[in-house]
Design a protein around this ligand. Structure first.
Ligand SMILES: CC(C)(COP(=O)(O)OP(=O)(O)OC[C@H]1O[C@@H](n2cnc3c(N)ncnc32)[C@H](O)[C@@H]1OP(=O)(O)O)[C@@H](O)C(=O)NCCC(=O)NCCS
Length: 265
């Protein structure tokens, strides 16, 4: 078996970061195809904005794991690399050090002088550790605890590991951006699908739109940035769902809350 290599994501391998999340059978699923296309666009946009922000682990030419992050700067100037996602999809690869190698790559990079932090080193690393693991797979939360991260007050999914123990970081609150409503949205469910960091999220948005349309007996219109970029931008250029022109808060990942929200419309 060849050794695992960790490579930064650049334009030439952007497709690997976009497709690694898709499981077997995804190739024949048109929704997955659209989701990975949207992620590919997101990767290109991020590369243009941030430079290197993600790494892929390879076995030979096969992508077998990924990690992606972005910078955060608090009002006191504390600079932190926030890991949005880590993912080693295949069961046959779990527990072989791939996740740890990916994390070490980010740590080493951020402990060097870095353009994200005005040419200085980062003050620490943070991680968004929501529960996205498959059955039997190590959760992001337990993985980060194992690697010295601790929970941050006020956000159950956010964890932090300072590079110096006395460092205090005040995270920038995660922005909630609401889409712009247009007159046509009043009589329908509008699903806004654009460049997204996570193909699962793209699929869930689309599936939620269909579910809501059926549940409320309303027509569903998908505005996909790849097919209708003007329509997507006219809605503010952010993903989301509008019902009668109002933004929906929940999706099918929280079905009970979604049903409750729909009952209240
Ligand atoms: C967390 C994750 C990245 C770990 O990847 P990995 O390549 O298996 O990790 P490593 O092999 O480096 O394992 C690190 C440690 O965890 C242990 N471990 C890994 N998988 C395990 C499992 N399923 N059960 C128990 N221990 C496990 C390893 O033995 C290792 O322990 P050690 O450091 O004492 O030797 C991977 O399991 C994953 O993708 N989980 C899902 C994460 C997720 O939900 N992402 C989306 C939200 S961010």
């Amino acid at each position: 078996m060849s050794a695992t290599r960790i490579l930064p994501v650049a334009v030439r391998n952007a497709g690997d970061l976009a497709t690694i999340c898709a499981g077997e059978g995804a190739k024949s699923d048109p929704l997955w195809e659209r989701a990975t296309k949207a992620k590919r666009q997101w990767v290109r946009d991020r590369l243009a904005e941030l430079g290197t922000f993600a790494w892929v682990a390879y076995n030979g030419a096969d992508p077998i794991g990924m990690i992606q992050c972005h910078p955060d700067r608090d009002p006191m100037g504390v600079g932190v690399a926030v890991i949005d996602c880590i993912w080693v999809p295949k069961k046959s690869r779990w527990g072989r050090g791939i996740g740890s190698k990916l994390l070490a790559e980010v740590e080493t990079t951020m402990q060097r002088q870095h353009r994200w932090f005005d040419g200085k080193t980062a003050d620490g690393m943070a991680a968004i550790a929501f529960h996205g693991e498959a059955e039997g797979q190590r959760s992001a939360e337990s993985f980060y605890l194992h690697h010295g991260f601790v929970h941050v007050d006020g956000d159950p999914d956010l964890m932090f590991k300072p590079f110096l123990p006395e460092t205090v970081w005040t995270p920038t609150p995660r922005a909630v951006v609401e889409p712009t409503t247009l007159p046509d949205d009043q009589a329908r469910v509008t699903v806004l699908l654009g460049p997204l960091s996570c193909p699962f999220q793209f699929r869930i948005l689309s599936q939620t739109g269909t579910y809501v349309g059926e549940k409320l007996g309303m027509p569903v219109t998908e505005v996909d940035a790849v097919i209708d970029p003007e329509g997507y931008l006219a809605h503010g250029g952010h993903p989301g769902i509008l019902v009668h022109g109002r933004p929906l808060q929940y999706d099918l990942l929280q079905r009970e809350r979604l049903n409750e929200e729909l009952r209240g419309l």
